[in-house]
Design a binder for this molecule. Sequence first.
Ligand SMILES: [Zn+2]
Length: 447
Amino acid sequence: MKKLAYALGALLGLMSTTAGAWGNHTLAAYRALEVMPEVVNAAAVTVEPLEAFLKSEEKTIEALLASQEAWAAANLEHYPPRPAKLAFTANADRSDEARRLAFAHALRIAPNSKFALFIQPDPRTATGPGPRLPSEAVTTLPMLGNASQKFQPVKAGDSLSALAVVATAVDEPDYGLDINLWDDSPSDWGKMYGFGTLPFGNPVLPYSTQAPFHMGFMHESKVLYTAAPFLKRTFPQLRVYQYSTLASLAFRTGHPYWGWRFTGLALHYVEDLTQPYHASLAPGDSTLKLLAANAMAMAGFAGMKNDMVVLLSNRHLALEKYQSELLLNSALAKQDTPIDQALRHADKDSSYPEWYDLYLRNVVAAQAAGYGSRLAQTLVASVPAGFVSDPAFDFGTQEDKIMLVKELATAQPEARARLDALVAELLTNFGSHSRNAISGILKASNR
Ligand SMILES: [Zn+2]
């Protein structure tokens, strides 16, 4: 069993080094949320530094963070309790910096997280390049050379639309908040957080260390969990609960800027889990095939397992690359495409249960995990075989040079149409669940 767990861990290790589920979440969020009256009709908000919010609501935050811990212990499987000394305790005499550090420790997020004051303007409506913050002011992680993120500085007291605040914050959890939180992480804080060692992946690769917060394997077969119990140690549900309840607190106590910003942070994890490759270990591969590949590997024939790992990773990356290229192209062209329409398509929102504490697991992740074989088949049929069906090709190392929209222009029209329809369907889910989460947060905030 140990060996099997090790082999499955290697499988996840290779899969989880990618940056984000859907590329720049902000581009998608502007389209998904611009049709939501509660967002576009919300009053403009005044920018407030994190330190000011924490100072003014210290007592209510102390109570909320204590109740979050109780909720997590009661509701999350395999929840590693937060060490008691990390509890957030109000203390009006401490410095702003000490209070902010205590807040990061109590949430068990990276204490060097920037929480900068900025927005990503909507490329649809942006005029001219405008002032820019260097990425180091916003994120602790290196940005890819071709990253679409543009950070525009704002300052305390500025007035912003709720849409700009929430759409900006949905991308923020990929800026280093969940990096190096483990016992075996190369950081000062990982050892005191009590999350244990990194459940899968390589502890020295930064993106690997955030994966267990941005992926959730909550609908695998019993036999897989028995073979590899670490599959259950994923925590996106914790983050959604932490940030959504902080959002409600901020709204209720008169800090709408932080209300919308925490809402965006919570949404990120919901959106990540709409990506089938973030919600299941091996979309399109049966448990039997996984076990067989591992058994062969243990017998000294690792070929089948290695091929499977590479193909899963390549398909995962191809899907994200294609979708993010489409979205960026339409944003830059300032033109509506089926992708934008899919994100706005709200007809199905009410077909889901109303938002509740375990919606992420029971609705979002369950739905995404169900796409496995259809998604894998569609990718194989639509994307040139060299990218998704050749185990000798490493998509990850070539990604910067690949232009999938261009590559697919010469693909069979019906095959491409099937992929486009599937991407549109996944982005409709992205939009629906984002809006349903906002409705739930606003309801809990009595707004
Ligand atoms: Zn993410």
